[in-house]
Structures are given as structure tokens and as C-alpha cells.
Design a protein around this ligand. Structure first.
Ligand code: URA
Length: 210
């Protein structure tokens, strides 16, 4: 991937995203749409993965056929909303290794603090795709990626559903080597750090909490 920001403009992605944004969309439908959209986004974020080939036999003859090269890739979910993207992606990439990063915001420093970190081994030899539906201020995404780099990750991509210009700029500044893939680039953040027009709190909407 060469672009820092890729917006997936595919009609199915855009249509599903509109349904997800609507406030009357139920928790069950929201979760189902997120699952569907995550597979379409997974298709895009894995574009250009390195390939190799192996000799196989079809019922008719031998051929040299393309297969993915290298170690199994790592999907890293930023808790808790990242899990909404994870399920659908794992259906498409069932052999992926999975990691979780839990962060909370220190109310005094406003900085993200790690409370959980469990990731696959040999990150230095895998592509890591970090997933979090909302790239808002970028604080937690930037922190999560820094932690993964400290753990040895070198090849990273970031996948979200919605991005705010502020979050994209922060990611570009902190991690210019990490491509960002999103379904939409919204207008801005409000004073509470929510994306406008956005879809509200992604975790609350997918888990039915408030
Ligand atoms: N997190 C969310 O869930 N929604 C936003 O709009 C911003 C951050």
C-alpha cells in the first residue's frame, strides 16, 4: 500500500454505512451491517499482500498456483469497539492470529493508558492490521501502534469505519509508515471528541449499552 489514506468508495460499503449511521437502526442490525462491511473493508486492506506460488494438481493437470506468502497475518483489535470489525474479518481470514489492546483515558493527563496487551508472537515477521471502527482524535490508535512497534511490529496497516480529519492528521504525523483504510472521511470532531456527522458511540451502538 502506497497511499497514507484510502477511502473505500465501493457502493455496497457506502450503502451499508448510511444504514449504520441512521439513529433508528437497531443494535442487531447495526452489528450485522458492521460484520458485512468489515469483510468488504478486509478485502481492501489486504490488497497487495505478498504472494508466492505452489504446485498443485487440479482434477485435470498440475499447475503452479498463487498463495499468500509469509507468516499468518495478525489482526489487532483495540478494545472494545475493535471487536465489531474483528468477527467479520476472521471469517474472511480464518487463519489470522489475533491480538487485543485495551486502553483507557487518564482523566488528568487525557493520555491513553494500557490496561491489557496480548498480541501474537513474531510480530516483526507478520503484517499487523489494527482495527478500531472510529479514528477520532487518533490518541488511542497512535498509542496502540506505538505499543505494537515497541513489541517488534514493522509492517502495519490501520483499518477503521469512519475517520475524522483530526485523527488522520495525527496518525500521519505520528506513524507516516502506517496506511489508513476507512469507509469515510467525515467533517470534524465535536467538543467531546465525537465524529460529526458520525454514527454516535460505536461501542454503545454495537453492544446496546449507553
Ligand atoms: N468513538 C466513537 O465511538 N464515536 C465517535 O464518534 C468517536 C469516538
Amino acid at each position: 500500500m502506497t497511499e497514507h489514506l484510502t477511502i473505500v468508495t465501493h457502493p455496497l460499503v457506502q450503502h451499508k454505512l448510511t444504514l449504520m449511521r441512521q439513529k433508528e437502526t437497531s443494535t442487531a442490525v447495526f452489528r450485522q451491517l458492521l460484520r458485512e462491511i468489515s469483510q468488504l473493508l478486509a478485502y481492501e486492506v489486504t490488497r497487495g499482500l505478498p504472494m508466492t506460488s505452489r504446485v498443485i494438481e487440479t482434477p485435470l493437470m498440475e499447475m503452479e498456483a498463487p498463495v499468500l506468502a509469509g507468516r499468518k497475518l495478525a489482526l489487532i483489535s483495540i478494545l472494545r469497539a475493535g471487536n465489531g470489525l474483528l468477527d467479520g474479518m476472521l471469517e474472511l481470514i480464518p487463519s489470522a492470529r489475533v491480538g487485543f489492546i485495551g486502553l483507557y483515558r487518564d482523566e488528568e493527563t487525557l493520555q491513553p493508558v494500557k490496561y491489557y496487551f496480548k498480541v501474537p508472537d513474531q510480530l516483526g515477521q507478520r503484517l499487523s492490521i489494527v482495527v478500531d471502527p472510529m479514528l477520532a482524535t487518533g490518541n488511542s490508535s497512535v498509542a496502540a501502534i506505538s505499543m505494537l512497534k515497541e513489541a517488534g511490529a514493522r509492517d502495519l496497516r490501520f483499518l477503521c469505519l469512519l475517520a475524522a480529519p483530526e485523527g488522520v492528521a495525527r496518525m500521519r504525523e505520528a506513524h507516516p509508515d502506517v496506511p489508513v483504510v476507512t469507509a469515510a472521511l467525515d467533517e470534524r470532531l465535536n467538543e467531546k471528541g465525537y465524529i460529526l456527522p458520525g454514527l454516535g458511540d460505536a461501542g454503545d451502538r454495537m453492544f446496546g449499552t449507553k
